[in-house]
Design a protein around this ligand. Structure first.
Ligand code: PRP
Length: 183
């Protein structure tokens, strides 16, 4: 179980119990929506590893497949430029499949906006998005997201897939980072 230096954490926004409870609710909704269809979960590395592992196991659906993409924003050092490069593509042919993109967080929405356009061009039968977290105040691109775990404030956050320079991704809770780390 991941842990943090106490001085690095400002406050816990979501406990492990709150996250796991919300995941179960999302899984029930997804089970109902895909009851008579196959389901292909597409995780976006690396942050989505935690939600992918927990959500997929919370589903009772009998034919859940999963695949992974790794993407990176092109060019400038900004977090999201909207121009995305594929570092690892899917192994699966999406034509005729019911695809659910699984994300840890939607920040500006630029990564997801690009991904939706890219995956839609591959001819899936359906394409929806599930994200554990979303920062509405950071939105630059509006994306249609069917399943959202929690809306969070636009602050530096760590845990449950969210990292700070690759640190604290494995925390089971979500917390704000102490200002001394990024000041
Ligand atoms: C995060 C997250 C999303 C993206 C969202 O990934 O997993 O993919 O940023 O940001 P956006 O809405 O502003 O486009 P990140 O690039 O930090 O990579 P990681 O998952 O490997 O940490």
């Amino acid at each position: 179980m991941g842990s943090a230096r106490p001085e690095d954490i400002e406050r816990v926004l979501l406990t492990e119990e709150e996250i796991q409870q919300r995941l179960r609710e999302m899984a029930q909704q997804i089970d109902a929506d895909y009851a008579d269809r196959d389901l292909l979960l597409v995780g976006v590395l690396k942050g989505a590893v935690m939600v992918m592992a927990d959500l997929s196991r919370a589903l009772e659906h009998e034919t859940v497949a999963m695949d992974w993409m790794a993407v990176s924003s092109y060019g400038s050092g900004t977090r999201s430029s909207g121009v995305v490069r594929i570092l690892k593509d899917l192994d699966t042919d999406l034509s005729g499949r019911n695809v659910l993109i699984v994300e840890d967080i939607i920040d500006s929405g630029l990564t997801l906006s690009w991904l939706i356009t890219n995956l839609r061009s591959r001819g899936p039968a359906s394409l929806e998005v599930a994200t554990m977290f979303r920062k509405p105040e950071a939105a630059v691109a509006q994306v249609d997201v069917k399943y959202v775990g929690f809306d969070l404030p636009n602050e530096f956050l760590v845990g449950y897939g969210l990292d700070w320079a690759e640190k604290y991704r494995t925390l089971p809770y979500v917390a704000t980072l102490s200002a001394h780390l990024y000041a």
